[in-house]
Design a protein around this ligand. Structure first.
Ligand SMILES: [Fe+2]
Length: 130
């Protein structure tokens, strides 16, 4: 089911909120693609795009937290590093095992739960720093 944006996800920084919504949209794309039947080259492109966008989003957010002296800035960066490591492992698994519905589903569910939890527990701390 599509991830629905809620007001409680807002960080108070419009660009970051927009980027989070784009990440949600990427998750919906992954999900839609599973329903339509897997196209390995499409999924592999999508995985590249998600990786690139996520890296640039994390940089933007980390700079914003440092600039506003948000006390959670270094914890945020640590979470981001862990996520990127996990994402790289998934990408390696796709390379070795090939693209399957099961693996796409597993990655989708992992990213969705990570993102929602991370936004609520970490990113929304930014509201108090702006
Ligand atoms: Fe974050």
């Amino acid at each position: 089911m599509a991830v629905v944006w809620k007001d409680e996800y807002s960080t108070g920084e419009p660009e970051i909120d927009k980027q989070h919504q784009i990440l949600f949209k990427y998750l919906d794309d992954l999900e839609e693609h599973m329903e339509q039947g897997i196209d390995a080259s499409y999924v592999s492109n999508l995985l590249d795009n998600i990786g690139l966008f996520t890296r640039s989003h994390f940089c933007y957010e980390e700079i914003c937290m440092r600039r506003t002296k948000c006390p959670i800035a270094s914890k945020n960066k640590q979470h981001h590093t862990k996520l990127l490591n996990a994402y790289t492992q998934y990408c390696k698994q796709f390379e070795t095992e090939g693209v399957s519905n099961e693996l796409v589903q597993k990655l989708h569910d992992f990213l969705e739960s990570w993102l929602v939890n991370h936004i609520l527990k970490i990113d929304t701390n930014l509201r108090a720093c702006l």
